[in-house]
Design a protein around this ligand. Sequence first.
Ligand SMILES: C[S@@+](CC[C@H](N)C(=O)[O-])C[C@H]1O[C@@H](n2cnc3c(N)ncnc32)[C@H](O)[C@@H]1O
Length: 512
Amino acid sequence: MNSWSEGYFTDSTYTYGYYRELSPNFMRWCLLLNGIVAPESTEESFHCELGFGQGISANIHAAATPGKYFGTDFNPAHANLANELAKASESGAKFFEDSFEEFSEREDLPQFDSIGLHGIWSWISAENRKHIMEIARRHLKSGGMLYNSYNCLPGWAPAAPLRELLSIYDRYSGKSGAASGRVEPALKFVEEMINAKPAYLNLAPNFAKTFENIKKHNPDYLAHEYLNLDWDLMYFADVVEISQEFKLDFAATASPLEIVDRLNFSAQAIEFLRKIDNPIIKEQTRDYFINRQFRKDIFVRGIRRITAIERLEKILEMRYVLLYPPENIPLKFPSPLGEVQLAEEAYRPILEFLAEDSYRPKTFGEYLKLNPRKNANNILEVVIILVNGNHIMPCQSEAAVKLVKKPCERLNAHICERSKFEDTINFLASPVTGGGINVNLFNRIFLAQYKAGNKTAAKIAAESWKIFSRQGQKLIRDGKAIETPEENLAYMEKLAENFLTKQLPIFKALAL
Ligand SMILES: C[S@@+](CC[C@H](N)C(=O)[O-])C[C@H]1O[C@@H](n2cnc3c(N)ncnc32)[C@H](O)[C@@H]1O
């Protein structure tokens, strides 16, 4: 542990994740869905991410959102990569290596339209949570949004002792250094304990299953999640109370599906919840019905509401873009009530409509004009379900797209260039959505080749195979490595054909 780390795990860097919830555009859309006014997106907007980790989300949003981006993470290795990416994109983002305390004391910060923190709140001390709230108190505009995610009760209650034991074992076993060297012995210890059947398992029968799920994550993630000195579980109402002290009111969750009660609660639960007037008691009680473990909340400094009609019109008149070919979008998804099967006849035509005209972003107002007998409220539910599943995303205005095109181009080129040597950053910045798009290694390499002027599958495959073979890599088909260079090249060409026909039209619509 380093002296600057305040008990936070810093012996390995964090994963290279992207989180759309940190996107100012997505925060705005979630507020709109809940009928709440969000700050407008302009060139004069300011945004901030606290504890940005490797800075993937922060850099994608800095490049893809109009306005200026700020952020801090006290881990110098994290700040280093974040700044490399900011330099490459020329987004003008200012990323610091300050602790939350140091950042809260800065005199050179603007008033932010949004502040985002993901995966921070539960893993830091009460003092650091105060510093974060102080940053919001001093620097969030009135009407500004704060996104905060955290592990919560009651969902974590039965498995919390599991995390405690991992952490206690790590602290007292004298292991230090890299994540894998510490995580593995702690996991082994807990596994052996479970096999010896402690009485606690009778009270928490899911303990062993939770442990099996935890084991699947990578060691760096596990170290940051389970080996920190601090790990505070809170109820939703506790976080609301702390936030209110700093003039922040709970506005919405960043999980759109939560607004559709019939997909989350039984009729009996809906009836029970309907009778609760106080919104905080109601939201807290919903966590008991869902047995929620993790919350993604958006708070606003001074909530203003719009009417139901304005909300509906605004949502349907925004442009949306499809992120995958229609045939790849599953019409089944899990919900707290079990698996939901969507009606083919309702969803397929909408997906086909969104794919028409080379995936050009479209409004649902257009769809309703073409299908005047459809009901706007039913279409709203379709929009919610598709956005929730990350199958479609709301788009920013065409003026905003123009403003951010260049920084996105530069960031994406840099990420694709890095992909020749390492497969770490799996996201590119879309000027159309203002957020990140998951693009796998092959598609990143193929896209770079296509942009370099190699327009046929044969050419893309030949150039891409050079990159892979130089590093002694072989392609994998059906779980087995392909042996000869000729077979590798032939398979690469097949993948490149799929890229040209299936992926490229979508990447073009997203302006990647
Ligand atoms: C679990 S990671 C989450 C990273 C990123 N938000 C994400 O979700 O990918 C928490 C991050 O907060 C940073 N952090 C923890 N305590 C901090 C503090 N007191 N000041 C500044 N950064 C801190 C860590 O370095 C780490 O990068």
